[in-house]
Design a protein around this ligand. Structure first.
Ligand code: NAD
Length: 453
């Protein structure tokens, strides 16, 4: 075994545990093990594979509180969020446990024979996970991948590996065979990079920053290796004068400051129709100051700390010289705490164009519907967003016009495990979750049977 790295609790800035930093040779051995396990996992009878996935879901559910507490300690997530996240892994496993018996091909009419298609598993799937939602993002990959008959090598982010390691143990406890679901800890440039270059890793699921995602896509091109990419975002929360302004203002903080803004779906640009701008800002200020930023292990906590000291410095760099309208509150003491910040932005400001990934939101006025759509789409990203209006026609028009993979009208919801999730433009490639995710983990094979000879 090579070296280790230290996992830190971001709420207290204290060390929790040492975790192995795997070498290329160790990664290769784990990939080889996953490739061997694929030969038997793919032949497990569909009903048995389904039962094993349901059992895995049940074991995750039995350990919900333990997994949630681990995430609070490792990632500073609020306990309420962390319980939801462990529950999401359970739900994704249960949802895709219905897939093995339903991986239908087609029978297509042909002359002189029989033509059928099969949905074949790909082999070893490499899943690379960021630090901001360690459990759900892992599950969105491994749930459908395993259900389709693939085996998995999963790399959590260096700084947040603890829940992934525990999920690996729980899979074995549930009866998932050795080698089918493997957690590989270590750095992106060694472990992640090896997933890209190793010929036995047949597909990559990468969630993380747009820059690293571009590198993964370039590397994957060498072997024409398929990729699913879930990348950055700079989503717009568009508030029209005809909306329920009270609700729009009361909920806007939670659309951006959830998980301390370390959320790819954060509505980090708020566009407000000029005629209600001042009224909105008055109410929004009250709501932002009411966000409970406190010890994330408390049931009342609505926002925890940032993930690391370095990330805190990065987020703070956006505040230099910024036009701050108002701020929320934060606790004193150790840990990487930052209060919510509301900035007034111009369209070329760095804070308005770049993903900050912290509790900082930029607000801007717009004149009319066309102006709102133009500003919302003036971004390299297109992941999420919200539209607040009580005019049904406008809601439909704007939802169709905004270039984004996941929109919500009069709410800020983005993720349901049974609906598709993914980005336009530089926010990603492909879709996770929902009924079609299995397509990303299977090849379609067409076979013609000659019935004339
Ligand atoms: P990151 O790109 O730095 O790292 C993501 C993962 O990639 C980590 O496991 C890292 O170790 C690994 N990695 C780093 N360099 C690599 C390389 N050269 N080869 C292979 N793997 C490598 O991202 P992060 O800072 O952990 O996460 C934050 C980013 O993730 C934000 O941009 C956020 O928007 C994005 N994100 C997107 C979604 C989505 O669904 N679209 C969800 C969550 C986070």
């Amino acid at each position: 075994m090579g070296s280790t790295f230290t996992v830190i609790n971001p709420s207290t800035a204290t060390a929790i545990r040492e975790v192995p930093r795997h070498s290329v040779e160790e990664v290769d051995a784990i990939i080889a093990k996953a490739a061997r396990a694929f030969e038997t996992w793919r032949t497990v009878a569909p009903g048995d594979r389904a039962r094993l996935l349901r059992r895995f879901a049940a074991v995750v559910d039995e350990h919900n509180e333990e997994l949630a507490r681990l995430e609070v300690e490792n990632s500073g997530h609020t306990i309420g969020n962390a319980r939801w996240e462990a529950g999401n892994v359970r739900d994704v496993l249960n949802y895709y446990s219905a897939a093995p018996e339903r991986l239908f091909g087609r029978q297509i009419p042909v002359a002189n024979g029989l033509d059928v298609t099969f949905k074949e598993p790909l082999g070893v799937i490499g899943i690379i996970v960021p630090w901001n939602f360690p459990m759900p993002i892992a599950g969105w990959g491994f749930g459908p991948a395993l259900a389709a008959g693939n085996t998995v090598v999963l790399k959590p982010a260096e700084i947040t590996p603890l829940t992934a390691l525990r999920l690996g143990e729980l899979a074995l406890e549930a009866g998932i065979p050795e080698g089918v679901f493997n957690i590989v800890t270590g750095s992106g440039s060694v472990v992640g990079e090896r997933f890209v270059t190793h010929p036995l890793v047949r597909k990559l699921v990468f969630t993380g920053s747009t820059d690293v995602g571009k590198g993964i896509m370039r590397g994957a091109a060498d072997q024409v290796k398929p990729v699913t990419l879930e990348l950055g975002g700079k989503s717009a929360n568009i508030i029209f004068a005809d909306s329920d302004l009270e609700r729009a203002a009361a909920t806007a903080p939670y659309g951006v400051f959830d998980n301390a803004g370390q959320d790819c779906c954060a509505r980090s640009r708020i566009l407000v129709q000029a005629s209600v701008f001042d009224r909105f800002m008055e109410r929004f200020e009250v709501a932002v100051k009411g966000v409970r930023v406190e010890d994330p292990s408390l049931d009342t906590s609505e926002m925890g700390p940032l993930i690391t000291r370095a990330h805190h410095e990065h987020v703070a760099s956006f505040l230099d010289g910024a036009n701050v309208a108002f701020r929320g509150v934060k606790p004193e003491g150790p840990g990487f705490w930052m209060e919510p910040h509301v900035l007034i932005a111009e369209s070329n400001d760095r804070c308005f164009t770049e993903e900050i990934f912290g509790p900082v939101v930029s607000v801007m006025r717009f004149e009319d519907e066309a102006d709102a759509i133009r500003i919302a789409n003036d971004s390299i990203y297109g992941l999420s967003g919200s539209i607040w209006t009580n005019d049904l026609g406008r809601a439909v028009r704007v939802a169709r016009a905004v270039e984004s993979g996941n929109l919500s009208v009069n709410s800020h919801s983005s993720v349901r495990y049974w609906t598709p999730f993914g980005g336009y433009k530089q926010s990603g490639l492909g879709r996770e979750l929902g009924p079609d995710a299995l397509d990303a983990f299977t090849e379609t094979k067409n076979v013609f049977f000659d019935t004339q000879h």
